[in-house]
Design a protein around this ligand. Structure first.
Ligand code: PHE
Length: 345
């Protein structure tokens, strides 16, 4: 019996040595050490042995198993290491090869100008607020002192969805919504960028959908000079310190008094050219002191609180700042146009 076990050991060890894969090794394990293998088979015959022989053979059989197992483990480690080495060799990357260039996009010019304006106002303590583009007639008009049938509604040709719901024609409804949320208490300093819609025929200076940035400040003892100072800082930071501003009287139902702001034309230095229509000035935005009716409708006591508001068009600002002559360039997304606004990293 001992002889047979020795033979099996030698046989198994030889096979293990020759094994060339982990799968083969496992097959050998099953074949020799498994329940149906020859060693188990030999041990089954132990019943026939004498009481003295049995423990000797038993111990020997365990040694044989241990020897085969040890050999197998060593071989397994060897095969595994070989597999890792083969994988490393096959996956070697040549780091000296030149890389494939990745095409980088860039921000849309309107995104750039809006973020620049946002940063400027955030720096002055404003928060950014947003409102819905599909708006109720109430917030778009009524709460802004434009009751139904008011002639000034015609200033903003609107896309109505139902009688009471429309695509907002300006970002001013965010003023009304924000004031209402404050429930007549505390001061407000916000800017609201967003898309607006008007029933206009698209041409070089009109688009049925465009952007606006609204500003609103509500507090106690806010003066028109605060508005003027704020707008002056804005104009100089965005267009250059050498620009002058001027306020002209105007009309908006939600501000009183109302103004429009012009900046001096940089192209002709104020002497007059086609961009400024030979006036030396370029209109930039509308603004004014918040109308008491607007404050009252939103729940503010207009004897205690007042404020100012302004609204501007980022397209117009971008057109002037970057010398773009057609508003449609912002929306037709010709990559050759957009790529010009990539910044050098
Ligand atoms: N909402 C006005 C417009 O779209 C602009 C404006 C905003 C004027 C705030 C005054 C105050 O024309």
């Amino acid at each position: 019996m001992q002889e047979r076990l020795k033979e099996l050991q030698a046989e198994a060890i030889e096979k293990v040595e020759q094994a060339s894969s982990l799968k083969e090794l496992n097959d050998i394990r099953v074949a020799y050490l498994g329940k149906k293998g020859p060693i188990t088979e030999v041990l089954r015959g132990m019943g026939k042995l004498s009481a003295e022989e049995r423990p000797v053979i038993g111990a020997f059989a365990n040694e044989v198993r241990a020897a085969i197992s040890a050999k197998m483990e060593a071989k397994q480690a060897e095969l595994e290491e070989a597999a890792v080495q083969a994988k490393l060799a096959s996956e070697t990357i040549d780091v000296t090869l030149p890389g494939r260039p990745v095409k980088l996009g860039n921000h849309h010019p309107l995104t750039k100008i809006i973020e620049e304006i946002e940063d400027l106002f955030i720096g002055m303590g404003y928060e950014v607020a947003e409102g819905p583009e599909v708006e109720q007639d109430y917030y778009n008009f009524e709460a802004l002192n434009l009751p139904k049938g008011h002639p000034a509604r015609d200033m903003q040709d609107s896309f109505y969805i139902t009688e009471d719901i429309l695509l907002r024609t300006h970002t001013s409804p965010v003023q009304a919504r924000t004031m209402e949320k404050h429930e007549g208490k505390g001061s407000i300093k916000i800017i609201c960028p967003g898309k607006v819609y008007r029933r206009d025929n698209d041409d070089a200076t009109h688009s049925h959908q465009f952007m606006q940035i609204e500003g609103l400040v509500v507090g106690e003892n806010i003066r028109m000079s605060d508005l003027k100072g704020t707008l002056e800082v804005f104009a100089k930071k965005i267009f250059g310190e050498d620009r002058e501003i001027r306020l002209r009287p105007s009309f908006f139902p939600f501000t009183e008094p109302s103004v429009e702001m012009d900046i001096s034309c940089k192209i002709c230095g104020g002497h007059g050219c086609s961009v400024c229509k030979h006036t030396g000035w370029i209109e930039i935005l509308g603004a004014g002191m918040v109308h008491p009716n607007v404050l009252e409708m939103a729940g503010y006591d207009s004897r205690v609180f007042n404020g100012f508001a302004f609204g501007m068009g980022p397209e117009r600002i971008a057109m002037l700042k970057y010398g773009v002559d057609d508003i449609r360039h912002f929306y037709t997304n010709d990559v050759r146009f957009l790529k010009q606004f990539a910044v050098e990293e």
